[in-house]
Design a protein around this ligand. Structure first.
Ligand code: CDP
Length: 214
C-alpha cells in the first residue's frame, strides 16, 4: 500500500496544521475529513432540514460536491453543531467512507479526523493520535476565533471544547478512541513547529522499524 498517514484526535489538538505540513513534506494529498461532515451539515441547514434526521443527512452526504468543501461558512457554532449531529449518524458515516478510502488509495495521503486509524484506514502505514489538554485546546480555538475577528469568551470556548470531547467519545457511531497501534502525540506544550518536528521523528522511527521487519 502507498504511504497513508492517519491523524486522529479531539477538537483543536492541532491535527489540521500537522496534517498539512506532513502532506507537504511527503508530497502527499491531504484530506481534512471534518470538512465532509461540516459540508454535509451545512447542506442540511441550507435546505431548512434537521441535521439529526438520519434520512435527510444521508441524502445530503450522498449529494456532496467538491465546491461544498471550499465554502466560507463551514466553521462557527452553528456549523459545528450541525457537523457533530450528522457525524453521529451511521448512514452518513457509511456514505462518506468510500470517498475517504478512494482518496488515499491511489497514491497515498495524509488524512485527519476522528476514525481514520480505527475505521477508514485500519492498515494505515502510520497512525498518530494527537491530543492536548482541554485548556490548551480551548486557548487555541479562542485565538483562532480572534484571528478571524470573532470576539469570544475563553472559558466558554474551553467549555465547548470539553462538550465536543464528550460528544466525540460518547457517540455510538465511530467514537473517538486511539487505534491500538497509534502513536500518541501530546501537543499541550508544543507549538506547531515543535509538533511537526516531533511527528517527523516518530514517523521515522515507526516507518524505519516497519521497513526493517519486512
Ligand atoms: O476540530 P473540530 O472538532 O472543531 O472540527 P472537525 O475536526 O472539522 O470535525 C467536525 C465534526 O465532524 C466533529 O463533530 C467531529 O466529531 C466530526 N468528525 C467525525 O466524526 N469523523 C471524522 N473523521 C472527522 C470529523
Amino acid at each position: 500500500m502507498s504511504l497513508v498517514i492517519a491523524i486522529d484526535g479531539p477538537a483543536a489538538a492541532g491535527k489540521g496544521t500537522l496534517a498539512k505540513r506532513l502532506a507537504a513534506h511527503f508530497d502527499l494529498p491531504h484530506l481534512d475529513t471534518g470538512l465532509l461532515y461540516r459540508a454535509t451539515g451545512r447542506r442540511v441547514l441550507d435546505a431548512g432540514g434537521d441535521p439529526s434526521d438520519a434520512a435527510t443527512a444521508e441524502e445530503a452526504a450522498r449529494a456532496l460536491l467538491p465546491e461544498d468543501f471550499s465554502r466560507a461558512d463551514l466553521r462557527g457554532p452553528e456549523a459545528d453543531a450541525a457537523a457533530a449531529a450528522v457525524a453521529s449518524i451511521p448512514a452518513v458515516r457509511a456514505a462518506l467512507l468510500d470517498f475517504q478510502r478512494n482518496f488515499g488509495a491511489e497514491r497515498g495521503a495524509v488524512l485527519d479526523g476522528r476514525d481514520i486509524g480505527t475505521i477508514v484506514f485500519p492498515k494505515a502505514s502510520v497512525k498518530l493520535f494527537v491530543t492536548a489538554s482541554a485548556e490548551a485546546r480551548g486557548r487555541r480555538r479562542w485565538l483562532e476565533l480572534r484571528g478571524r475577528g470573532i470576539a469570544a469568551d475563553l472559558d466558554e470556548v474551553t467549555d465547548q471544547v470539553r462538550l465536543r470531547d464528550k460528544q466525540d467519545r460518547d457517540r455510538a457511531a465511530a467514537p473517538l478512541v486511539p487505534a491500538a497501534d497509534a502513536i500518541l502525540l501530546d501537543t499541550t506544550d508544543l507549538d506547531a513547529d515543535a509538533t511537526f518536528a516531533r511527528a517527523l521523528a516518530l514517523l521515522a522511527q515507526r516507518l524505519g522499524t516497519a521497513g526493517r521487519s519486512q
